[in-house]
Design a protein around this ligand. Structure first.
Ligand SMILES: Cc1cc2nc3c(=O)[nH]c(=O)nc-3n(C[C@H](O)[C@H](O)[C@H](O)COP(=O)(O)OP(=O)(O)OC[C@H]3O[C@@H](n4cnc5c(N)ncnc54)[C@H](O)[C@@H]3O)c2cc1C
Length: 454
């Protein structure tokens, strides 16, 4: 497949300053796209550095205060960053990681920068960091969007209602963005960049950081681009066939487990989509079904956090019909009320749910079918829909390795009616879609699942 340059629609200048050639290097302030491969922002920054005849410095701000971050998330991220740092240095740029608020780290490194390039994030604090850097630095800041197939504002100029309203817009455009990216060699090697923290000993760095140590790190999954590529290869070879039919069976495990890697930008969704689309001797229905999740559903979630700016993490983000029907049923009697602590520690009378909650806590991952069932029961077991929403979102983001993502906010919202339609009215749920225990038991061998987690 022919390689192409970066599509102009991914690029946006965020302030009106000019480059300053008297400075030392071009800075790529990396935050969201934590990879050295298929990274449009990195390639763009190399191009700018070559044009200025200057070296490239890649800077990363590691904040201990990242919202809802814990040891589990930081360890996975640092494993990936250690690999990325090495790969960037092999390409002839330097990599500097500093502890501090990402915007402040970028502002400090920008004092010596000719110009600054960054990638794009889709949550409130990601936008605020970029706004603050654009305002504070004396040179140009350019954003290059690397973690969606179709850039968010190109796909749609408004908040979409559901997959059915964004699907045709994305499908019409996605082929234009599914191409290999031309890589640019670094002309002038960076000899000695600014000082930063070493990534040689991640455990030491993690111990020295003031972070929530209460959520254990994971040993079944390791961060980084090469681990992501290995998982993608395994998925295409062994799990893609049957994806469409078996994807509702958690035990069949026809899933890619790529969501944590996509969350930390360790692999490009474009690379994943191309590899799956071009997989040989695979059924079109399996390929289409996977691309529906990876492209349409994932990009719908990013549309949501991008356009529902103020309240994508609040109960008020739900559609009016859902809020109305949940309020109509707010006083309906609940079968049992559990405290947040009982829920978090799998102390309910539902053995499937308890096993799922245990998997969430211990593995930081759950199959989509179980996530749906796990999420839905919060409404039945808490006093109010608002409290159910808050408790679910907080456990989702505390334990999932892929938590705190646009997908987290959109899918927790989905439990309460977001991006969905109204169904027949029933107690507690009103017109919001209900998933029964009987229904989930018919989908897979739940006894075997529970036994596995015992
Ligand atoms: C209550 C609830 C909470 C969820 N919380 C999260 C979360 O915190 N983070 C997260 O990334 N996903 C979340 N999801 C969506 C989905 O369950 C996960 O993305 C998926 O299970 C990840 O596993 P995988 O990579 O093996 O998926 P695969 O089946 O291999 O899918 C490939 C990719 O498609 C995307 N995808 C799959 N399903 C969805 C979906 N429903 N919406 C958007 N994108 C999707 C993901 O990026 C995923 O990595 C949640 C779903 C529910 C119902």
């Amino acid at each position: 497949m022919a390689t192409k340059l970066i599509d102009e629609r991914r690029i946006k200048v965020l302030n009106d300053r000019s480059p300053d050639d008297t400075n030392a290097y071009v800075l790529y302030w990396m935050q969201h796209s934590q990879r050295a491969e298929r990274n449009e922002a990195l390639e763009f920054a190399i191009g700018r550095a070559n044009e200025h005849g200057a070296p490239l410095c890649v800077g990363f701000g590691l904040t201990e205060d990242y919202p809802e971050g814990s040891l589990r998330h930081f360890q996975f991220m640092l494993e990936g960053l250690a690999e990325t740092a090495e790969a960037i240095q092999r390409r002839g740029a330097c990599f500097v990681l500093r502890l501090g608020s990402p915007d402040q780290v970028a502002i400090d490194l920008a004092k010596e920068a000719i110009e600054v390039v960054t990638d794009r994030g889709y949550l409130r604090h990601h936008r605020q960091w970029r706004e603050s850097v654009a305002k504070e630095i004396a040179v140009r800041l350019t954003q290059v969007e690397c973690d969606l197939i179709v850039p968010v504002e190109t796909a749609s100029t408004k908040r979409e209602y559901a997959a059915r309203t964004i699907r045709s817009k994305i499908e019409e455009l996605s082929d234009e963005f599914l191409h290999q990216l031309r890589t640019t060699p670094v002309d002038r090697e960076c000899q000695c960049g600014p000082h930063g923290e070493s990534l040689d000993d991640i455990d030491r760095l993690l111990k020295q950081m003031k972070i929530d140590q209460s959520v254990d790190a994971l040993d079944w999954i390791v961060g980084g681009t090469s681990a992501a590529r290995k998982r993608l290869k395994h998925f295409i070879e062994d799990r893609l066939t049957g994806y469409e039919r078996e994807r509702s069976d958690p035990l069949a495990a026809h899933v890619s487990t790529l969501s944590p890697y996509l969350h930390f930008g360790m692999i490009s969704p474009v690379d994943v989509a191309i590899a799956v689309r071009d997989a040989r001797q695979r059924r079109t229905s399996d390929i289409d079904s996977y691309l529906e999740e990876l492209i349409v559903r994932r990009e719908l979630a990013h549309n949501f956090t991008h356009y529902a700016r103020a309240d994508y993490d609040q109960f008020s983000c739900l559609p009016d019909w859902a809020i109305e029907t949940l309020q109509d049923h707010r006083d309906d009697e609940r079968p049992t009320i559990y405290t947040a602590n009982e829920l978090e520690h799998s102390q309910t009378d539902d053995e499937i749910w308890n096993a799922a909650m245990t998997e969430v806590r211990e593995r930081g991952y759950l199959h989509n079918q179980l996530r749906m069932y796990w999420g839905k029961r919060f409404l039945e077991w808490t006093n109010t829909p608002e409290y159910a929403y808050r408790t679910l979102l907080s456990l989702n983001n505390k334990y999932f390795l892929d938590g705190r993502d646009a997908n987290s906010f959109a899918n927790v919202g989905w439990v309460f009616g977001l991006h969905d339609r109204a169904f027949g009215e029933r107690p507690i749920f009103g017109k919001v879609r209900y998933l029964s225990k009987d229904g989930i038991e018919k989908k897979f061998d739940s006894e075997a699942y529970v036994a596995q987690l015992d």
